[in-house]
Write a protein that binds this ligand. Structure first.
Ligand code: C5P
Length: 243
């Protein structure tokens, strides 16, 4: 067999790229149930290595002055996040390097650096955050973009419970923050990014059909991924070869 006739078309440039790259998915939408959606995806992919990275871990550290007037700080504006650091962490994970990611403490408004959360490179990386579709450089890295779309009143009701019960905040302050920052930022920065989503999930975690379809798609992609891992030098023979 003449080796000139052995070609390598089976692995397209895109699949070749996937050979040792994780499959990245994103969940967008504020207080919409995206954590529930992510948890359900992770649960169904229990036999895969999946990590969840939250955009909250990339909030800028507040200065003493900002901390003293924290009720005037806009946590829903794109500038509240250190996107360069987020990009750096994703880049490391994509290239198989573990990263240390702090946990964000909503009560103290601080990033808990200790104990460090070591995130290892995985087959699937889920990025979750309200403004994760905002920066085009982050969007371009993603294999699948999901926007969790839930009614504004449902989001507000959930937020009130979460912030008063979970974060021990005063209801007046929660409503004030909502009308001053959360709602305007949702309308100006979050909702306009819905158009970038590949999949829009109405009703969040209640939408089992959507989650099943997403998991099926990831499994199909991981199957191709595994094939490339098992047969890194997989060649196909050109159909019109000469002996
Ligand atoms: O968990 P989720 O992604 O919904 O968190 C984002 C929300 O957390 C934002 O709407 C922001 O207003 C709120 N937030 C807050 N206090 C902080 C940081 C973020 O209420 N210290």
């Amino acid at each position: 067999l003449d080796s000139r006739h052995i070609k390598k078309p089976m692995i397209s440039p895109a699949t070749e790229n996937m050979h040792n790259q994780p499959f990245l998915i994103v969940a967008g939408g504020a207080a919409s149930g995206k954590t529930t959606v992510c948890d359900m995806i992770i649960q169904q992919l229990h036999d895969q290595r999946v990590v969840l990275v939250n955009q909250d871990s990339f909030y800028h550290k507040l200065t003493e002055e900002e901390l003293a007037r924290v009720h005037e700080y806009n946590f829903d504006h794109p500038d509240a996040f250190d996107t360069e650091k987020l990009l750096d962490s994703i880049d490391n994970l994509r290239h198989g390097r573990a990263v240390d990611i702090p946990k964000y403490d909503f009560k103290s408004y601080k990033l808990d650096v200790f104990p460090v959360r070591r995130v290892n490179p995985s087959d699937v990386i889920i990025l979750e955050g309200i403004l994760i579709f905002h920066d085009p450089r982050v969007r371009e890295l993603m294999n699948m973009k999901i926007f969790v779309d839930t009614d504004a009143d449902v989001r507000l009701a959930r937020r009130i419970t979460r912030d008063t019960v979970g974060k021990s905040r005063d209801i007046g302050a929660v409503l004030d923050q909502y009308s001053k920052f959360v709602k305007p930022a949702f309308d100006d920065f979050i909702l306009p990014t819905k158009k970038y989503a590949d999949i829009i999930i109405p009703r969040g975690g209640d939408n089992h059909v959507a989650i099943d379809l997403i998991v099926q798609h990831i499994r199909t992609k991981l199957g191709q991924h595994d094939l490339c891992k098992i047969y890194p030098n997989l060649y196909v023979i050109q159909s019109t070869f000469q002996i």
